[in-house]
Design a protein around this ligand. Structure first.
Ligand code: SF4
Ligand code: MG
Length: 319
């Protein structure tokens, strides 16, 4: 993903001043095959928009999306369609995407019927059974309807529906946020097993740092449409660099009590995305804000430990 931008127009009426929400504002990152890259941030930071841009549900205003060497930017639906099978998406609420009148065997078969219209009934049945079984739903449940399952089981069915196409990249938007904490761990462990078994790459979206910690290899932190820090999971949790990341992490209990992180309480609310602060968008809440922060947007730079961070505290030649 290179310099992706997506602005939503919010002004109405002919004479109205044109106003935009800069939902995704010049975002760049890459995901290595077989790894889990996560995006974390508060609600409204643009992470769901970013997920939808990556799999082509919405089109970017500018920038590049390259998948396995293929530039997908501004391609028409016919081109995108050839990438629908290798790129699948899993949402927070599987119930909303599971038609209540369909048996789960039909729900899980549906993507196969769309992508492989010539596949035999026997073959489809075999793949459906196999996939549901791997996802922890036994064959005795095949003729049941979605309402007969718990939230966790429904997410297993949602995962089976995505995996039945044997994708390569799976984009997961808050996949466990609607579930109880005990069920969350089961689903996250299932996702890890499936990743290993099918050699999957994950783009994982969440607002929950304990979930991010459990599942990620790499993490990008997003604030008001920008990525402010990118790091490996271990480095991020041990040594967060951006003041926003430090504040997010200080609100969850330390895994290592020796770290004794000081709690950073952020001032104020997350600003309105239609009217974001000048310079560094975080300056209105940052405990370390300097004069330069109000005027100049910091650029992303790579530190010695490999972390990428956009903050004037780390700008070279900064006094
Ligand atoms: Fe805080 Fe300034 Fe860094 Fe922004 S650039 S996070 S305001 S210190
Ligand atoms: Mg969201």
């Amino acid at each position: 993903i290179k310099h992706i931008k997506k602005y939503f127009k919010i002004s109405k009426g002919w004479f109205a001043e044109k106003k935009y929400v800069k939902a995704v504002d010049d975002v760049s990152f890459s995901i290595e095959k077989g790894r889990t890259a996560s995006i974390v941030g508060e609600s409204g930071c643009g992470k769901s928009t970013l997920a939808r841009l990556v799999n082509g549900l919405i089109e970017a205003d500018s920038g590049e999306i390259v998948f396995k060497g293929n530039d997908l930017t501004h391609k028409n639906e016919a081109v995108w369609r050839t990438f629908r099978q290798p790129m699948q998406m899993i949402f927070q609420d599987p119930y909303a995407s599971l038609s209540p009148q369909m048996k789960i065997k039909d729900l899980v078969a549906e993507p196969l019927l769309i992508h492989y219209p010539k596949m035999s009934k026997a073959e489809i049945e075999k793949i459906v059974k196999e996939t549901l079984d791997i996802c922890g739903i036994g064959s005795q449940h095949l003729s049941k309807y979605p309402h007969q399952f718990s939230g966790g089981q429904r997410q297993r069915i949602g995962i089976a529906r995505a995996l039945v196409l044997r994708p390569e990249l799976v984009i997961l938007d808050e996949p466990v946020s609607a579930l109880d904490v005990s069920v969350q761990a089961q689903i996250l462990n299932l996702l890890k097993d499936l990743q290993e078994k099918f050699d999957l790459t994950y783009l994982f979206i969440s607002h929950d740092l304990s979930v991010i910690d459990h599942i990620s290899d790499d993490v990008a932190v997003m604030y008001l449409g920008n990525i402010v820090e990118i790091s490996s999971r271990d480095t991020l949790f041990e040594s967060p660099k951006h003041p926003y990341t430090q504040a997010l992490l200080s609100s969850v209990p330390d895994k290592d009590p020796k770290l004794k992180r000081e709690r950073i309480i952020l001032k104020g609310e997350i600003p309105n995305a239609a009217n974001p602060p000048s310079g560094c968008k975080f300056h209105t809440r940052c405990p370390f804000a300097m004069n330069v922060c109000k005027e100049v947007a910091p650029v992303m730079q790579t530190l010695d430990n490999g972390t990428q961070v956009a903050c004037h505290l780390y700008q070279e030649n900064q006094s």
